[in-house]
Design a protein around this ligand. Structure first.
Ligand code: PGA
Length: 255
């Protein structure tokens, strides 16, 4: 279960760094002193998971970057299942990241993966985000469909164990135009919470944990997203620079 009012700083290392020794150095340099109410999660590449887990300070939680839709053992070559992730020590998993969606993952797959997480008591960090913003506001429909399909069939209690990451595609990674402004992020946080409230019926305030991801790089941005009700940040590139990532954790500690 997610502790109410906690604030997350989640590092998504993607396919980095280049080698296992470099991953161990990065893990050792990643700060292990989250303050009260702050939760730091690091999601290394699965192949480096064991080593990185051993090198990370115990105050940092571990996550994986993807799971397959089948919850347990299967014949899916190259897959990692929810139960395997849990067994290796992961408490979180990124689900539906735009890289996976670009590789063909559908909202239905995302839905099955969330289900696998719930069955195995691992917290999914479910990414949703529009490809681009248009003046007519079509992106709102795109997002609504993603949210409704990804979370179809879940009940309000499930959202005590789910993190939703708003990650607009135009704000993510090396090709990002810019980060979303707090106002833009707030609009979507409200959309996410309202859509889930409509689906589940009267969900109490604070039960939905929404974080922002996309070009987050400074403690000031962490404070700005927190100020508009985001409950954390999902960080890609900056999580590969331990000093800068640690500064984000300090920023979260100071909220
Ligand atoms: P970024 O990546 O921080 O490098 O933009 C975020 C993400 O894709 O999770």
């Amino acid at each position: 279960m997610i502790i109410p009012d906690s604030f997350f700083v989640i590092g998504n290392w993607k396919t980095n760094p280049a080698s296992h020794p470099e991953a161990l150095v990065l893990a050792k340099n990643t700060l292990g002193s989250p303050g009260k109410g702050v939760k730091v999660v690091v999601c290394p590449p699965s192949l480096f998971f064991g080593g990185v887990s051993g090198a990370l300070p115990p105050t940092i939680a571990r996550g994986v970057q993807n799971i397959i839709t089948e919850p347990g053992t299967s014949s899916f070559t190259g897959g990692v299942s929810a139960s395997q992730a849990v067994s290796a020590g992961a408490r979180y998993v990124i689900v539906g990241h735009s890289s996976r969606r670009a590789a063909g993952e559908t909202d239905h797959d995302v839905n099955l993966k969330i289900r696998a997480c719930r069955e195995n008591d691992i917290i999914p960090i479910v990414c949703v985000g529009e490809k681009a913003r248009d003046e007519k506001g079509e992106y709102i429909n795109e997002l609504k469909i993603q949210i409704e399909s990804s979370f179809a069939g879940f009940e309000k209690q499930d959202f005590e164990h789910i993190i939703i990451a708003y990650e607009p595609l135009w704000a993510i990674g090396a090709a990002a135009q810019r980060e979303a402004t707090p106002t833009e992020a707030q609009e979507i946080r409200i959309l996410i919470e309202k859509t889930i409230d409509d689906m589940t019926g009267n969900i109490p305030l604070g039960r939905i944990t929404t974080v922002y991801g996309g070009s987050v790089s400074t403690p000031d941005e962490v404070a700005a997203y927190a100020a508009i009700g985001m409950r954390g940040v999902l960080v890609g590139r900056i999580s590969l620079d331990a000093k800068k990532f640690n500064a984000l954790v300090v920023g979260a500690n100071n909220l």
